[in-house]
Design a protein around this ligand. Structure first.
Ligand code: ADP
Ligand code: AIR
Ligand code: ASP
Length: 269
């Protein structure tokens, strides 16, 4: 209800603003102050590097809220990140960073491409969390890269990569505990980092982009029910409901608002 006014503002603004970047799941606009950006979360969903396309109704609203919530909690435990504040149902203000073009993946349980690569059943436990790096390049299919590639191609220096790995593992610890508390296992996730420059022009590595059911594998602890984008990737049905369930369990979207989102026609038009 409290979002009604913002909703209209957003739609009007959308007609006059030009994104500076149009991604698969988000648009980026210039922010109101220098060094800021507005991230607008869309309902568009893609998988397998854009080969499969669709819409998940209400996803943008839910991911905006979930990402806000998780980034705020992570700030509280000292994980630096780009989130500044929520602007409306689909938009948040973030610090503009120079993205380190890596998809940083942390895995706790075998699933997806990892299960395939090593011939493991999905759900097979991994002895310790594993951090993997893929080059963020859709045209090349986000190829897997080793640390040596990262240094040789000047994607990040050893000090930065140390920081990225250290933060990724801390984020994994924190998220695993937080989701455990609501009966969800964090199977794996993808995060992105960027360089944020302070007033003296010194770069600092901070967490950027989003953390949401688009970027994580989240399974119900008791039933192993998938509550994430795999439902879309694998045509499992119940996609919207899964995103809603994560939001509800986290307590970030009251049921009444979820009903409103579900009923919204052309929410992302
Ligand atoms: P993609 O580019 O992979 O299609 P999205 O649709 O989510 O992904 O678009 C968001 C884009 O914004 C991503 O390319 C991501 O790297 C970039 N990004 C995320 N956070 C920031 C930030 N704080 N500053 C600059 N770029 C960012
Ligand atoms: N991921 C990777 N690229 C985009 C995304 N969202 C995420 C998946 C999964 C993890 O990274 O959502 O949580 C590992 O994906 P995969 O396909 O390599 O097993
Ligand atoms: N986000 C990537 C894509 O849009 C990969 C994925 O989520 O499957 O294709």
């Amino acid at each position: 209800m409290i979002y009604t006014m913002h909703k209209f503002t957003t739609r009007r603004q959308m007609n006059t603003r030009t994104p500076i970047y149009e991604g698969k799941a988000k648009q980026l606009f210039e922010g109101p102050e220098p060094g800021t950006l507005i991230a607008r979360f869309k309902d568009d969903a893609t998988a397998f590097n854009n080969q499969k396309k669709g819409t998940i109704r209400g996803k943008g609203v839910i991911n905006n809220r979930i990402s806000e919530y998780l980034m705020t909690r992570l700030s509280e435990v000292g994980i630096p990140n780009h989130f500044i504040r929520t602007l409306n149902m689909r938009e948040q203000l973030v610090k503009a960073v120079e993205i380190v073009p890596l998809e940083v993946i942390v895995r706790n349980v075998a699933a997806g491409s990892f299960a395939q690569r090593f011939g493991l059943e999905e759900g097979h436990p991994i002895g310790m969390p594993i951090v993997e790096y893929c080059l963020k390049n859709d045209k090349l299919g986000d190829p897997f890269v080793a640390e040596e590639h990262i240094f040789a191609f000047d994607i990040a220096d050893p000090h930065e990569l140390d920081e990225i790995r250290h933060l990724a593992l801390r984020i994994n610890d924190y998220l695993s505990g937080l989701f455990m508390g609501i009966g969800i296992r964090v199977v794996d996730f993808k995060i992105e980092f960027g360089r944020h420059y302070d007033e003296e022009g010194r770069p600092r590595i901070i967490l950027a982009d989003e953390i949401s059911p688009d970027s994580c594998r989240l399974w119900d602890i008791k039933t192993d029910k998938k509550l994430d984008k795999d439902r879309f990737r694998r045509d499992m049905g119940g996609v919207e409901e899964a995103y809603q369930e994560v939001a509800e369990r986290l307590g970030v979207l009251p049921k009444a608002e979820i009903t409103e989102i579900s009923a919204e026609k052309g929410a992302d038009a």
